[in-house]
Design a protein around this ligand. Structure first.
Ligand code: HEC
Length: 121
């Protein structure tokens, strides 16, 4: 009986932990998360090179949408809007399979151009 009670506690604990993990996952990704996944992580390059599957393309669109809604730690809001809108547009075009979308995506994902304006030193 004691054993049963203990395993119940264990199961409850796991359920709670997974619950937390899921809610953290559902939170809108912030700039650093988008950078880690799409830019440094290579998801954007994979989509740009035409090597991504539909799920990955959809993930990139969602990530860039979140990026466009995030507030950059530095720089003009107008500049951020233009740069992130270009990323969203190119990712959506790649998802739709439009010709030239990969090149547009590579052009929009200009690391230095954006970091110079918006990334704190
Ligand atoms: C549309 C603008 C934009 C583009 C394009 C961009 N970045 Fe960033 N990146 C940022 C901003 C803003 C930050 C700073 C985030 C912060 O400090 O909150 C950042 C931070 C980073 C960081 C540090 C993240 C951390 O955890 O501190 C890395 C690594 C990075 N970018 C990689 C890249 C690479 C590689 C590319 C090109 C393939 C790229 N980024 C393109 C805006 C951009």
């Amino acid at each position: 009986m004691k054993k049963l009670a203990l395993s119940m506690v264990g199961i409850l604990g796991i359920a709670l932990m997974t619950g937390f993990a899921v809610s953290a996952e559902e939170e809108a990704p912030n700039i650093k998360k988008v950078m880690a996944t799409c830019m440094k992580g290579g998801l954007c390059a994979k989509v740009a090179n035409g090597q991504a599957n539909d799920e990955e393309k959809a993930q990139l669109v969602a990530m860039f949408n979140a990026l466009s809604k995030a507030k950059p730690p530095k720089g003009e809001a107008e500049s951020w809007k233009t740069k992130t809108a270009a990323l969203v547009k190119a990712a959506e075009a790649a998802k739709a399979g439009s010709e030239g979308a990969g090149d547009a995506l590579k052009k929009a994902a200009n690391c230095m151009a954006c970091h110079k304006e918006h990334k704190p030193a």
